[in-house]
Design a protein around this ligand. Structure first.
Ligand SMILES: [Ca+2]
Ligand SMILES: [Ca+2]
Ligand SMILES: [Ca+2]
Length: 112
């Protein structure tokens, strides 16, 4: 976060420009499909006593965290390949000979 401090705020004044910030989304956030956090503000009254508040998402009198929903991107894919095992080496398939299968599974989405 950058900005501040706010040098003075008269009664009724609202400051929306001094502070700003960003957060870099982590894999755990993508897996949770949400980022939740809060800010705390501290000011000094005329007697230099601290006055403080914990942020709310929509009200000056509540203290709910700010939730940011992240769009889900979950995808998976599989490729299956096969090899004929010509176990007697004669170039033909006989009863009892086998086919081996291999599987390549890929997480092609953004969530774990
Ligand atoms: Ca609220
Ligand atoms: Ca609050
Ligand atoms: Ca054979």
């Amino acid at each position: 976060m950058t900005g501040g401090p706010i040098t003075s705020l008269v009664p009724g004044a609202i400051d929306t420009t001094t502070f700003s910030g960003s957060y870099t989304i982590q894999q755990s956030d993508i897996d949770n499909l949400q980022v939740t956090n809060q800010a705390i503000v501290t000011g000094q009254d005329p007697d230099n006593n601290n006055v403080t508040d914990t942020s709310d998402d929509n009200s000056p009198i509540e203290n709910d965290p700010t939730d940011t929903d992240l769009p889900e991107d979950s995808e998976i894919s599989i490729i299956k390949t096969s090899v004929f095992n010509d176990e007697n080496g004669d170039g033909f398939a006989q009863l009892g000979e086998t086919i081996s299968y291999s599987f390549e599974v890929t997480n092609s989405g953004a969530t774990t």
